[in-house]
Ligand binder design. Structure first.
Ligand code: MG
Length: 354
């Protein structure tokens, strides 16, 4: 088992290893004394792992209730949040009790936000069950729900007490889920870790998934320690996301987050005028991980979608521009130049046959 210690406004460990799901209660008890807890999950994950986690927490002395909502991004809403808060109230949770987020990014964001605001903030534990959540959203304390006017527009910074990642669970994921999560891992490689990028390039890294997750979490730990509240360098983690969110939103969320971020990273390389060989290397890496490289939307539609993105601050927007594999920089651009930026990226992609 790998332990990565995060030092933010709260100190906590991220545990990564095989067979941790059935030990989740025992591992949690080392940092949270047994209390009431609500396991929050979606119906897909509930069916697969809900009983095992409930048994583990009950066995370790926690008084457990379970709340499962329909799987999918559409559930990351104020409605689901209200249902969850009511369930927590009915279960009699107090300030000293616990939320356990068992699932992917939607579950972690929603359950984390409920924990952030219930009784003005209670503790929570993340048990990510998707690669995307394991390498990205479960670490760093960002929680939120989506609003009609934008993704993640209402939320809070609220760090977990503990993150428990069972890599056996990740190995059992359907190919599409693994592929979707691999985009955020490729992002970490492109941002900071050429060795990780090389490992992912082959597309055949399932045997080293513990290492992949640990490398991503270690990087995220460093970024969060430097800029927990996202006022500066944490923006690096948005690599591919300005373009990616625009693609997601143009597709009506039919393009998955990781797929969109993959294409977004290619567009960021093109916008940064990276060498052709580097862009093609990234494209090959995405393809070998089952990710698309072609953007189906035009520059003006993408720019419109991007400008409703929350990362816009006043008349400027910060882009993450790759320089080489393992190094990127931040650049503030005038939002007025964004459509031209999309056009340049799309043109470069087309020229490269992507
Ligand atoms: Mg992301």
């Amino acid at each position: 088992m790998d332990t990565i210690h995060v030092s933010a406004s709260k100190q906590y460990d991220v545990l990564i290893g095989e067979g941790l799901l059935d030990r989740s209660g025992e591992l949690t008890r080392k940092v949270v004394r047994p209390c009431k807890c609500v396991i929050v999950t979606d119906d897909t994950v509930d069916e697969l792992y809900g009983d095992r986690v409930q048994i583990s927490f009950s066995y370790s002395g926690f008084e457990v209730t379970r709340f499962a909502f329909p799987a999918g991004e559409a559930s990351k809403s104020l409605d689901t949040l209200a249902g969850l808060l009511n369930a927590m109230g009915e279960a009699g949770l107090s300030r000293s009790d616990l939320v356990v987020a068992l699932g992917g990014g939607v579950v972690g964001d929603l359950a984390g936000f409920a924990a952030a605001i219930y009784a003005r903030g209670i503790r929570f534990v993340q048990v990510p069950t998707t690669l995307l959540a394991a390498v990205d959203s479960s670490v760093g304390g960002k929680t939120a729900v989506d609003m009609p006017f934008g993704k993640n527009m209402v939320g809070a910074f609220h760090q977990p007490e503990l993150v428990i990642t069972d890599t056996d669970v990740l190995r059992e994921l359907p190919a599409l889920q693994l592929s979707n999560g691999s985009a955020e891992a490729i992002k970490c490689g492109l941002l900071n870790d050429p060795a990780l990028f090389s490992l992912l390039e082959g597309g055949d890294w399932l045997g080293q998934i513990d290492e992949v997750v640990a490398r991503c979490v270690a990087y995220k730990r460093d970024v969060v320690a430097a800029d927990e509240f996202d006022t500066g360098s944490r923006a690096l983690l948005n690599l591919g996301h300005t373009f990616g969110h625009a693609i997601e939103s143009c597709s009506g969320l039919t393009v998955l987050h990781g797929q969109a971020v993959g294409i977004g990273m290619l567009m960021a390389c093109a916008a940064a005028r990276c060498p052709e060989a580097m862009i093609l290397r990234l494209a090959a890496c995405l393809r070998s991980n089952g990710l698309p490289t072609h953007c189906d939307y035009g520059a003006s539609a993408l720019a419109r979608a991007a400008l409703s993105d929350k990362k816009r601050a006043g008349g400027t927007l910060t882009l993450v521009l790759p320089e080489e594999i393992g190094r990127c920089r931040l650049e503030k651009i005038d939002v007025a130049t964004l459509p031209a930026c999309f056009e340049r990226a799309l043109a470069a992609q087309e020229a490269l046959g992507l």
